[in-house]
Design a binder for this molecule. Structure first.
Ligand SMILES: *Cc1c(COP(=O)(O)O)cnc(C)c1O
Length: 371
């Protein structure tokens, strides 16, 4: 059994994908070919944002967004320690200070109450300038943007939505990757919309930021890449990846729908024995992961071993919260600082989740876990 079954998906779209890759090989515009523009306009339309800038990865998407907002040393950027390392890495790379805020125990997304406390405490200390908030749409569930927007307005802190896992989710019909002043996503193969290599995208409605980010994506270009008006990077998406993603986008909603049904079946079968994912009213998840909570870490080990013995993969996202990782020890946090993230890290594990999981497989997994 596959954790995320990219092979079944490939079989389904094989001829379309081979044809569109072949088109790229024939026209030969490997960098910024016509497929890149086509994908960008389709993605902008999908999430209902004025601009989409495709780029080299979800990490570079975040980096470009923060560079465009002039995030620099002395700035505080608020995010959670319960995320993939890339969210925090980009803050540190720019010399700014990641300020961690613990998560909500039900959604695993940033706690808005604790966020406001943290902003106030940074303001009171006067050592750092509060600069931005990076909420993460963890496992595919959008963060609480209603409350986040209130805090954003009150303290004049722009939101960079890390929608690397969120693409496809929604709140009251409004799509993920449309909630930030800038929103970003990733096309890493295992993400909800995955390419056949690295890739990412940035979304905004802000014309000024859009122009700056387009320039940063190509070495800080002015008129062209030999006219350098700011410091940038090589952050383009390959034309071949754009061609693949256009085909994958055409089956994306169908896959989302199937994953929604699979999640519902899992939750119906497992809710008596585990804490299953909590989806607030009006929210939908893109089901980047289907993650459940065991009673404690021994219970989790036991469950994962039983699955492994039956050839069923399961994975822990995330075993070590970022405030306890060696690379971020310089921030001075210690065990006990973010108790909810630490507790969830000890108990969480993710089950196979993809549109091609059969009902029998879901039943089998659930039976193994329960008995
Ligand atoms: C995957 C991921 C990223 C980084 O995306 P890449 O394309 O792998 O660089 C950033 N944030 C989160 C939450 C992610 O899951």
């Amino acid at each position: 059994m596959e954790f995320i079954d990219l092979k079944s998906q490939y079989k389904l779209v094989k001829s379309d994908i081979l044809e569109s890759i072949n088109d790229v090989l024939n026209h030969g515009q490997y960098i910024m070919g016509p497929e890149v523009k086509e994908l960008e306009s389709k993605l902008a339309k999908y999430v209902n944002q004025r601009y989409c800038i495709s780029c080299s990865s979800g990490t570079d998407a975040l980096l470009i967004a923060l560079m465009a907002m002039d995030v620099c040393p002395g700035d505080a950027v608020f995010t959670t320690p319960f995320t993939y390392v890339a969210t925090v890495e980009v803050i540190s790379l720019l010399g700014a200070t990641p300020v961690f805020v613990d998560i909500d125990p039900k959604t695993f997304n940033i706690s808005t109450d604790l966020l406001e406390e943290s902003v106030l405490s940074v303001i009171a200390k006067k050592e750092l300038t509060p600069k931005a908030i990076i909420p993460v749409d963890l496992f595919g569930l959008p963060a609480d943007y209603r409350k986040l927007n209130t805090i954003s307005l009150k303290y004049n802190l722009p939101i960079v939505e890390d929608g690397a896992q969120g693409f496809g989710g929604s709140i009251d019909g409004k799509k993920s990757c449309s909630f930030g002043h800038i929103s970003t996503t990733s096309f890493f193969p295992a993400k909800p919309l995955g390419g056949y290599g690295d890739g990412g995208a940035i979304f905004t409605n802000d014309t000024k930021l859009h122009n700056i980010m387009k320039s940063i994506r190509v070495h800080g270009k002015g008129i062209d890449k030999y006219d350098n008006i700011r410091i940038g990077l090589n952050g383009r998406l390959d034309t071949i990846q754009a061609a693949v993603l256009i085909q994958k986008l055409s089956i994306f909603d169908e896959e989302l729908h199937k994953k929604e049904e699979i999640a519902n079946t899992y939750s119906r079968l497992l809710s008596s024995h585990f804490a299953v994912p909590y989806i607030p009213d009006l929210y939908t998840s893109s089901w980047a992961q289907y993650s459940i909570l065991a009673k404690n870490s021994e219970h989790r080990d036991n469950c994962m071993n039983k699955l492994r013995n039956e050839g069923i993969p399961s994975v822990i996202y995330y075993q070590i919260p970022l405030h306890l990782q060696k690379a971020y020890s310089y921030l001075g946090y210690k065990r006990g600082d973010f108790k909810i993230s630490e507790d969830i890290s000890d108990r969480i594990f993710s089950l196979p989740m993809h549109a091609y999981l059969s009902e029998n497989e879901i039943f089998k997994i659930s039976e193994i876990l329960k008995y």
